[in-house]
Write a protein that binds this ligand. Structure first.
Ligand SMILES: *[C@@H]1O[C@H](CO)[C@@H](O)[C@H](O)[C@H]1NC(C)=O
Ligand SMILES: *[C@@H]1O[C@H](CO)[C@@H](O)[C@H](O)[C@H]1NC(C)=O
Ligand SMILES: *[C@@H]1O[C@H](CO)[C@@H](O)[C@H](O)[C@H]1NC(C)=O
Length: 369
């Protein structure tokens, strides 16, 4: 009996170990960065909005349905891009900044400052309530630095920061929760799409340089995805067909082109000491939407959880019943991709070619300087 039980025990252990290896593609021993600091919106928020008075929250069922931890404020059925990247690095999951201020949390592996509804511009998302704008996130990072100073001397701290990955995912809300809502925001009356992209990038550059001044040196800057294809956008208008809205994607491309140029400009200016990488999530998502089956996906123009046309008119409400085949959906809710998609994006960021990540991938960033 005992030997048999122990054989069963050991084979179960082996199965769980190999399953874990598959999920992290055997990368879990790779620990290249000191830490990761995340700035962004709901695509990467892991709980900061739980502490705010906001309509943009995801701390209820069925969010997190495919995780052991349940609803946490992550806008996903499962793990998000930043969780998966952390797994590749062999790092623990990051605490949200809000949690670090309200509970005793280990900040040595980094902190996540992202806030749903937030944008590059302070006014972005204001109709949804409180949010921590990109400017506010930079200030919160300064708070973390002051906390770290209690545990490290200045020299160690500057090395630690220079060896950390800064992941920035901003810009989507400056379109969907600002420019594309002319009834609530004046930006589309004041600026044509080209000028709007110009002023967004000008502000974004200032914010990135503030983070650089504070000591970060390795930046992964995510492009804005094809917002014209998200269920929230395709469900708008009088006769939506379910096709992507090209006019929205065209606007986003204006921003992305400037972001890529900014990356080239900063890499030239800070050559040898810093690296800025453009993460081409737009191209990767378009590729997935145009050819889902290659990636094991099926449904591209309908949210797994939501109400109305393409289940995208109203996003996933508390206690909604989501679709059951979540790993076949590109979009989990009206705005956010499923874990299945984030897993593809994370792998491509980590070890993709230059069409995914320009000019180098994240595993290359890790060994630079
Ligand atoms: C910090 O740096 C000093 C040398 O300046 C070194 O002796 C010490 O081990 C370092 N501490 C940490 C926590 O890295
Ligand atoms: C990274 O990509 C290269 C080139 O496609 C491949 O040879 C290598 O196995 C990949 N490494 C990992 C860890 O996935
Ligand atoms: C990512 O970068 C690593 C390190 O430079 C390289 O070995 C690998 O081939 C790259 N991946 C792809 C798919 O090009």
């Amino acid at each position: 009996m005992v030997p048999l039980l122990s054989i069963v025990f050991w084979s179960l252990l082996l199965i769980s170990v190999s399953a874990n290896d598959v999920s992290t593609a055997g990368l879990s021993s790779f620990s290249p960065f000191s830490a990761m600091f995340v700035f962004g919106d709901s695509l990467v928020d892991n709980g900061n909005n739980n502490y705010l008075v906001s309509l943009a929250k995801a701390n209820y069922v069925p969010y997190g349905i495919d995780t052991s931890w349940g609803p946490t404020g992550r806008f996903s059925n499962g793990k998000m891009l930043v969780d998966l990247l952390g797994e590749f690095f062999g790092h623990p999951y990051l605490p949200s900044f809000a949690a670090t201020q309200n509970q005793d949390k280990d900040i040595t592996w980094g902190v996540n400052y992202a806030s749903a509804a937030a944008g590059i511009f302070d006014e972005t998302g204001r109709h949804l309530g409180q949010r921590i704008t990109f400017n506010g996130q930079v200030q919160n990072f300064q708070t973390t630095i002051n906390q770290l100073k209690a545990t490290m001397n200045d020299m160690n701290l500057s090395q630690y920061l220079a060896n950390s990955l800064a992941l920035v995912n901003h810009g989507s809300n400056d379109y969907i929760n600002n420019y594309l809502l002319p009834g609530l925001y004046s930006s589309s009356f004041l600026y044509d799409p080209t000028t709007y992209a110009d002023i967004l990038i000008k502000q974004y550059k200032t914010q990135i340089l503030s983070l650089h001044d504070l000591g970060l040196r390795k930046f992964l800057l995510a492009a804005v995805g094809p917002l014209g294809c998200i269920p929230n956008q395709i469900s708008r208008g009088f006769f939506p067909t379910g096709a992507c809205k090209d006019e929205v994607n065209t606007m986003v491309i204006l921003f992305n082109d400037r972001l890529k140029s900014l990356v080239d400009e900063l890499n030239t200016q800070y050559s040898g000491s810093s690296i800025f990488v453009y993460g081409n999530t737009f191209a990767a998502l378009m590729e997935i939407i145009q050819d889902p089956t290659t990636h094991g996906l099926v449904t591209t123009n309908r949210a797994c959880c939501g109400i109305g046309r393409f289940q995208g008119s109203i996003s996933c409400l508390p206690f909604s019943i989501p679709c059951s085949n979540r790993d076949q959906y590109v979009f989990w809710d009206a705005f956010h991709p499923s874990e299945a998609v984030d897993r593809i994006l994370a792998l491509r960021a980590f070890n993709g070619s230059t069409s995914d990540v320009h000019p180098v991938n994240v595993s290359q960033m890790a060994i630079m300087f």
